[in-house]
Structures are given as C-alpha cells and as structure tokens.
Design a binder for this molecule. Structure first.
Ligand code: NAD
Length: 458
C-alpha cells in the first residue's frame, strides 16, 4: 500500500526527489519548463512536414484528420520505489499512430523530457518511415519520463517491467512491437520480453533490439548508424563528395552517433568533432571513433576523452566539415544556429533534429539534407529482420542482415531522390510524399478509406 505521506504526487509539478514531474502531458502545461532547444516542439515539426507534403499531394482535409492524429494513445502510471523507500510516479506513454500497413512498430524512449506530444510526433514519423523503406509495419512510439542516467539499474528494470505490465494489453507480436530508442538498449528489451513472457508465454517477437543471447539479430545494434552511412554513401555520390578524407562532425555519441562515426571512418572519412550531452571535443587531425567508443562504454563522457580538445558545445555545428550527422535529440538545429552550420551534406540520424525554419536556412546555404524519415530507418529495418527471424525461429548471419539492409536503404534513397527530382521538391518533402501515398493506398485497399479522392501511388 502506498503511504500518502511519502508518495510523490502532483500532476505536472516538479517533485522533490529530483526525478521531475509525474505527469507531463499535455505539453502546453509544461512549455515554460522545457529546455529551449528550438522555436517549436518535435510534434509541431512532424506536423509541419506532414502538412507540407499533404498539400503537395492534395490530400483532402478529412483524410488529413485521419492521418494527422493517432489511432490510440495510452498513458500509464509507473509508481516505483526508489532508494530510501520513497515512491516516485513516472508517466509512461504508448502511441499507435497508424496501422494500415501492418502491426505498429516503434522505439521506447527513457528520457526526462518525454511527454505525450513528443511520443505522438515520433509515432507519426514511424508511420512514414516504415512506408518509405517499404517494410510491412505501421507507426508507434513509447516513452517514460525518467532519466536512466540518474537511476540505478534496479530502478530502470522496475520501470521497464512496470511499463510492460501496463501496456501489454495493447501490444503483441502481431499488434505492436517496441524497440530501443534514446535511453533504452538491448538490456531494456530483455526485461520487456521477460515480463511479457510471464503473462503470455515465451514470445521473442514482442520486442526487437534484444541481446543476441535472447533471440536478438546480428547487426541490430549497429543498424541505425549503418543505415545512416548507407544513405550517406548514396547522397555523397549524388552531391559529388569524395568520402576519402571527408570531414565528419557527429552530434550525440550514443547508439546511432557512435556507429555512424565508426562506419563512416571505415569508408575513409575523418571524424573531426563530436558532442554528447556533457560537452564537445574536436581534433582537426581526426578522432579515433573506436577509442572514443571504448572510453564512453567504460563510463566516460565525450568531453573527458583525452584524444580531443574541448570546445564549447555551441561551436560544434559551426565546425567546418563536409558531413554533419545530428544523432542526439529533436530540435537541435533551429533558426538561431542553422546559419552557422558549415557542412555540405547533413544526414539526420536523430528524429526531427532540424526545425522547418532551420531547414529553409540550410536550403538557402546550399546544404544537401537527407531527412530523418529515411536516413535513420536502418534501425527499424533490421528490427523487421529480427522480428522475421523470431517468427521463423531461424537466425540469419550478419553478412546477410547487412546486405539486405543495404538493399532496402539504397532502394528507398533512389526512390525518394527520383521523386524529388521529378516533382522539384526537397528530399524531405519527396520522402513524406512517398510515405503518405503508400499509407493511403494501404488504407484504401483495406477499405478504411473508400474515397476516390485518395491519391494513388500506382
Ligand atoms: P542514445 O541514448 O544511445 O544516445 C543519445 C546521445 O545523444 C548520447 O550520446 C547523449 O549524450 C547525446 N545527447 C543528448 N543530449 C545532447 C545534447 N544536448 N547535445 C549533444 N548530444 C546530446 O540514443 P540513440 O538510440 O543513439 O538515439 C539518438 C537519436 O536517434 C534519437 O533522436 C532517436 O530517436 C534516433 N533514432 C534512434 C534509433 C535507434 O535504433 N536507437 C533509430 C532511429 C532513430
């Protein structure tokens, strides 16, 4: 029984135990508390691009209302007893945006800024992303407003298990399949699978991004970064950039950023600057991404790495380079810093890293942008392979996984690039148009939308 005297309560109010408010939704209520990363929220960014592409396609208003909102939004309470016996109530969210093309699919984020609007935005991006790379899923996303960096392993495990207990009725291997995102990893997925299994029997296909020892897929951990680099290769060829010696700057050195950095360097690129949440470093002669990874995996932070010179984080985006890979959070490139971006090619590893105003500034500067909805689709693509392997009870080798990933990313890139050229629009708008058309077509074929006005990708 919860002792009211020790429970942390008060929706939207900061708690006294250092773990943030218990209820952060809707965002408007908390707008003043949010870090001022950008002039608009991730939700507004995602809705903006959807609206521009829907205008381009001439999608009628009533159909936009269907595609512009979520099918299901679940918010759950996660009370966890922390050190000292105090209970803190975290908020968990699972948003299922659109399932016309298949079961819902999307990551689970553990981060203090998580709220319903952010999860909504990320869920809708998953709908377009899975359609753009043409894998048979709908779009979803989940999150818990906790900070795993401030919690011990036991508390993170309790949060993961409690979250699964609350959402297990709306997910399933043919309904909705979570995966890792910011602040979660293969271990988190193992706890989620185990908790689901207690209720439903052993079900590896309930989550992807699992450890290899627990029916995970070879190549999944590196997949998002690898996909970013496959897209980078395509874009560099199109933009006439020689990757041998090309300077790369990476913002965020977690799963996506660290793999993108390592794989880009394998192609001959030179990593000249990196940032994480603690700070930024540079080295014009090149940072060794493998040594930096070892340093970070041993618990170090990027600015503590001795192979580079510390720099103010604000200077990172202004570092002269051929290729910039934002791989941290949304809204990091905004109207106040986009003018300082000093690259030729920007490949979006993170979701919604660039606001619309920043995108226009980059376009005026002649920066070629490969948008998130295609650039970071490698993770969900190999998640799809993992799910297929789990359903088949058969494991593929890593070479096979990477070859299939390359094929899918290349096809998606070329489809979008052709569309951009044909319609004279940016890669971002072309990508959204391809995704929206495929979702509309699936919805029509199922009989959800019978309207002749639905644009057809055929
Ligand atoms: P992660 O938690 O492994 O890493 C996030 C990194 O960003 C960390 O190094 C963190 O220190 C850094 N960071 C946070 N705030 C920062 C700041 N203000 N400045 C610079 N760095 C900062 O997360 P991840 O899984 O690598 O995800 C990164 C991004 O990629 C997110 O936008 C996520 O939605 C997106 N993404 C991830 C996957 C995946 O498979 N993991 C797939 C598609 C998209």
């Amino acid at each position: 029984m919860i002792d009211e005297a020790t429970a942390t309560v008060g929706g939207g109010k900061a708690s006294s135990d250092g773990h943030g408010p218990t209820d952060k939704s809707p965002r408007e209520q908390n707008r003043d508390d949010a870090p001022q990363r950008a002039e608009m929220s991730d939700y507004e960014i995602a809705q903006h691009w959807f609206t521009v592409a829907a205008d381009e396609l001439g999608v009628p208003d009533d159909m936009r209302a269907v595609l512009g909102s979520s099918y299901r939004e679940v918010q759950v309470q996660i009370p966890v007893t922390l050190d000292g016996g105090r209970i803190h109530v975290f908020s968990g969210y699972r948003v299922q945006h659109n399932g016309a093309r298949g079961p819902y699919k999307g990551g689970l984020r553990f981060h203090p800024d998580v709220d319903l609007d952010e999860v909504r935005a990320l869920a809708s991006l998953m709908t377009w992303k899975t359609a753009i790379v043409n894998i048979p899923y709908g779009g979803a996303k989940g999150g818990v407003n906790c900070d795993p960096r401030e919690l011990d392993r036991g508390a993170v495990e309790k949060i993961a298990r409690s979250f699964m207990d609350k959402i297990e009725k709306v997910i399933g291997p043919t309904r909705d399949i979570p995966a890792p995102d910011v602040g979660t990893n293969a271990q988190t997925m193992a706890w989620l699978m185990d908790e689901y299994g207690k209720l439903h029997g052993h079900t590896p296909a309930i989550v992807t991004g699992k450890p290899i020892a627990l029916s995970g897929s070879y190549g999944r951990e590196a997949a998002t970064g690898r996909g970013v680099v496959y897209m980078l290769e395509e874009a560099a060829e199109q933009a006439g950039i020689d990757l041998d010696g090309a300077r790369v700057v990476v913002q965020g050195f977690g799963n996506v950023g660290s793999w993108a950095a390592r794989l880009a360097c394998e192609l001959g690129c030179k990593l000249v600057a990196v940032a994480d949440a603690d700070g930024a470093i540079r080295n014009d002669s090149g940072l060794d991404p493998n040594r930096l990874c070892e340093h970070v995996s041993e618990g170090g932070s990027v600015p503590d790495y001795e192979g580079g010179e510390r720099m103010p984080p604000d200077e990172l985006l202004a570092t002269e380079c051929e290729i910039l890979i934002p791989a941290a959070l949304g809204g990091m490139i905004h109207e106040h810093n986009a003018g300082r971006v000093n690259c030729r090619l920007l490949v979006e590893g993170a979701n919604s890293p660039t606001t619309p105003k920043a995108d226009a500034i980059l376009s005026d500067k002649g920066v070629f942008v490969v948008p998130d909805v295609m650039a970071n689709a490698g993770g969900v693509t190999v998640s799809y392979f993992e799910w297929v392997q789990n359903l088949q009870h058969f494991r593929w080798n890593e070479q096979g996984v990477n070859a299939q990933l390359r094929q899918i990313m290349r096809t998606a890139y070329r489809t979008v690039a052709e569309r951009a050229e044909k319609d004279d629009v940016s890669m971002r708008i072309a990508a959204f148009c391809v995704g929206i058309e495929r979702v509309l077509e699936a919805a029509r074929m199922r009989g959800y939308l019978t309207d002749e006005r639905v644009p057809s990708s055929g």
